[in-house]
Design a protein around this ligand. Structure first.
Ligand SMILES: [Zn+2]
Ligand SMILES: [Zn+2]
Length: 400
């Protein structure tokens, strides 16, 4: 489990931003396939909301009663919506090699298993461990639930429910609602009942195709490396951090069908390097993933050089004298595209990286450079695929 500074935790992306897009559409697939492994997501429980209304207490004509409803924060609501999602969603299927409709199975907490006793064919009892759906409607363990109407009002988190239970004196003013206490109850309840989660989705085309994601939810204070009291640490007491800790098929497998077409033009070594690079990048590895892309780049440059060396204007001596980026320029002047024109903005960065080497870049810089390099490689390969298809068609034509 990753540990962060208090400041860093408060800067983590928020769950509601992942689960809803700018138009407020629900986007659960972002939490299932887009979120990288071990990337923290913040769940802030502190924005407790409430609604008061008046109701006639029977018999009619008697005094009006104030009714208060207290609700969990928007982020906890988003979590609930994800946990109890029943609608079908679109997810990439590694076996169908395309995006498919997937239906969700019940969410389970792998730690909360149940044992049932069954009897075999000879009436001999045996124990079987069964998975149970996540708990709904449970108070955090250790919560006192003695209902005394003269006690101060308390809002209790009820696992999986957006509305909180109220105990104590409910004939109070709105300002008597202790939102800190309510938020702490959410943190307790969620960290107990949803500490570990597993969500399964089944492909509509074939029930044996599936996508599974595993998550862990920690109290934010538990993943904070600096436990000194501060304003920031105080805020963490009302927060949780969710991490995706596993996924099947893997990120790399899911991306495989994206890059499978490149199998046609890449050697098996380069193809493996390419999938490794994507897999590592998907798992949040910066430098390592670039290392594999570099190997592909070097091969592409070598191939371009072999091709150009057969041209009458090729000057071997001249080429060998040149520095690395000048070599690329030379190859490009002979009609080989090494870096696409629309990447001219990052061209210098790419040259720099290609000549200096990977380890001079920070992890963060590596991660930032990755998409441009992947794009460059894909453009070169797309070009090669188009070329190959053209040649194949021409061959076909000549056969007739
Ligand atoms: Zn730890
Ligand atoms: Zn499928």
């Amino acid at each position: 489990m990753r540990h962060y500074s208090a400041k860093k935790i408060l800067e983590l992306p928020r769950l509601s931003h992942l689960l809803y897009d700018a138009q407020d559409n629900f986007t659960p697939e972002k939490l299932i396939t887009d979120l990288g492994l071990y990337e923290g997501v913040l769940i802030d429980t502190s924005n407790i909301s409430w609604k008061t209304s008046f109701r006639h207490s029977p018999p009619l004509g008697k005094d009006l009663t104030i009714v208060t409803n207290v609700y969990v924060s928007e982020e906890v609501k988003a979590l609930h919506r994800f946990l109890f999602l029943k609608e079908n969603i679109m997810l990439p299927c590694a076996e169908c090699k395309r995006v498919q409709v997937f239906s969700p199975m019940i969410t389970i907490n792998p730690q909360q298993l149940d044992t049932i006793t069954l009897k075999d064919n000879y009436e001999v009892p045996y124990n079987k461990t069964v998975i149970v759906p996540i708990d709904q409607g449970m108070y955090p363990a250790g919560t006192s639930t003695t209902r005394n109407i003269f006690d101060p009002l308390r809002a209790l988190y009820c696992s999986g429910k957006d509305e909180m239970d109220l105990i104590g004196n409910q004939q109070v003013n709105e300002e008597d609602i202790d939102t800190n206490q309510a938020a702490l109850s959410c943190v307790e309840g969620i960290s107990q009942y949803f500490s570990e989660l597993r969500r399964d989705f089944v492909c509509s085309l074939d029930k044996s195709h599936h996508v599974t994601a595993y998550y862990i939810i920690h109290k934010a204070t538990a993943v904070c490396k600096d436990k000194r009291e501060s304003d920031e640490y105080e805020k963490l007491k009302y927060c949780l951090v969710l991490e995706k800790v596993g996924q099947e098929p893997s990120m790399a497998d899911l991306q495989m069908f994206d890059i499978e077409k490149y199998n046609k033009v890449l050697s098996s070594d380069s193809f493996r390097d390419f999938s490794m690079a994507l897999g590592l990048h998907a798992s949040g590895v910066g430098c390592g993933s670039l290392l594999y892309l570099r190997r592909i780049y070097e091969t592409l440059i070598k191939n371009a050089q072999d091709k150009c060396s057969k041209l009458p204007e090729w000057d071997e001596e001249e080429y060998n004298k040149r520095r690395f980026n000048e070599k690329i320029e030379y190859l490009e002047s002979l009609g080989e595209k090494i870096i696409p024109d629309d990447l001219s903005g990052v061209k210098d960065k790419i040259y720099g990286w290609l000549s200096k080497g990977v380890h001079e870049l920070s992890e963060q810089a590596s991660k930032e450079l990755f998409p441009s390099l992947k794009y460059s490689i894909e453009l070169i390969l797309d070009e090669q695929i188009a070329q190959k298809e053209k040649e194949d068609k021409l061959k076909e034509l000549k056969k007739r």
